[in-house]
Structure formats: structure tokens, C-alpha cells
Design a protein around this ligand. Structure first.
Ligand SMILES: C[S@@+](CC[C@H](N)C(=O)[O-])C[C@H]1O[C@@H](n2cnc3c(N)ncnc32)[C@H](O)[C@@H]1O
Length: 131
């Protein structure tokens, strides 16, 4: 078991398999004592109790998705949810697609260079504290 840090990590996905695998990975990594995973849609995301902190998002973006058009609505819903409910939080989001990042409406700083993630070139987009 890894020593418990002074915070808890919360994760969610609408897919039951992704939630189960995240829990199993946390168990194997020895961090299950301070991680919690729940199954729900991004539009049902609520901030946990406690001071504002950091939201990290790994949304769908990949080359495996033939039609990216539906993803614009998903990124828009993500951005709306964060802007409405996560005042004071910072956001980090990785994606291959800069147009999808813009579709969130989040106030991202200019991104850095892309990095390889699972064989795909992804870029980390970051905000300051949401107003
Ligand atoms: C790139 S994968 C990330 C998988 C996993 N969450 C992780 O971070 O390793 C994108 C994930 O977005 C999830 N997803 C797609 N639409 C969603 C929605 N409307 N609400 C919540 N999760 C969604 C998919 O189920 C998929 O697991």
C-alpha cells in the first residue's frame, strides 16, 4: 500500500467496464485506499466536498473513432458542466484534437508540444482556476 497523501482522488466514467478496470488498477498500484471511482455520465459530474482542486480529463478523441462529429457535443457538455459547477478548480484535458478542446469553451492557456500516449500524439490543455 502506498502511503496515503493528504487528498483523495475521485474518478468517473459512464462505462461500467472502465470503472471496474480503474478500481482493479488502483488495487494493483496500492492506491485504492485513497481513490474512489463511480459510474455516471459527464453531465452528472459534481465536485466532491472540500476545497477546489484539479480536474484531469481523458475524453474520447482517438484515431479509432471514425466520426468525430458526435464528440463536439460531448466536449461541449463537459465544458458546460465544469464551468457551471467547478468554480475555483483548475482543469487539465488531453486530446489529439485542438478543435474538440476549443468546443469545451474552457479558458485554456496556449498548449505545449504534443507527447506520445499509447502511440497517439496528444496535447495537454490547461486552465487556471475557473472563475
Ligand atoms: C480515452 S477513454 C478514457 C478511459 C478512462 N476513463 C481513462 O481515463 O483511462 C474515454 C472514456 O470516455 C468515456 N465517455 C464517453 N462519453 C462519456 C460521457 N458522456 N460521460 C462519461 N464518460 C464518457 C468512455 O466510456 C471512455 O471510457
Amino acid at each position: 500500500m502506498v502511503a496515503k497523501p493528504p487528498f483523495t482522488c475521485f474518478g468517473s466514467d459512464r462505462d461500467a467496464g472502465a470503472v471496474r478496470m480503474a478500481g482493479e488498477n488502483a488495487e494493483r498500484a496500492g492506491v485504492s485506499g485513497w481513490t474512489t471511482f463511480r459510474q455516471h455520465a459527464v453531465s452528472d459530474l459534481e465536485p466532491p466536498e472540500g476545497p477546489p482542486s484539479l480536474v484531469i480529463v481523458n475524453p474520447p478523441y482517438g484515431a479509432r473513432i471514425g466520426d468525430r462529429a458526435p464528440l463536439f457535443a460531448l466536449y461541449g457538455a463537459l465544458g458546460n458542466t465544469l464551468l457551471e459547477r467547478f468554480t475555483g478548480w483548475r482543469v487539465g484535458l488531453i486530446t489529439m484534437d485542438h478543435a474538440l478542446a476549443r468546443a469545451t469553451g474552457l479558458p485554456f492557456a496556449p498548449p505545449g508540444s504534443p507527447v506520445l500516449h499509447g502511440g497517439l500524439k496528444v496535447t495537454l490543455f490547461q486552465t487556471g482556476r475557473l472563475g
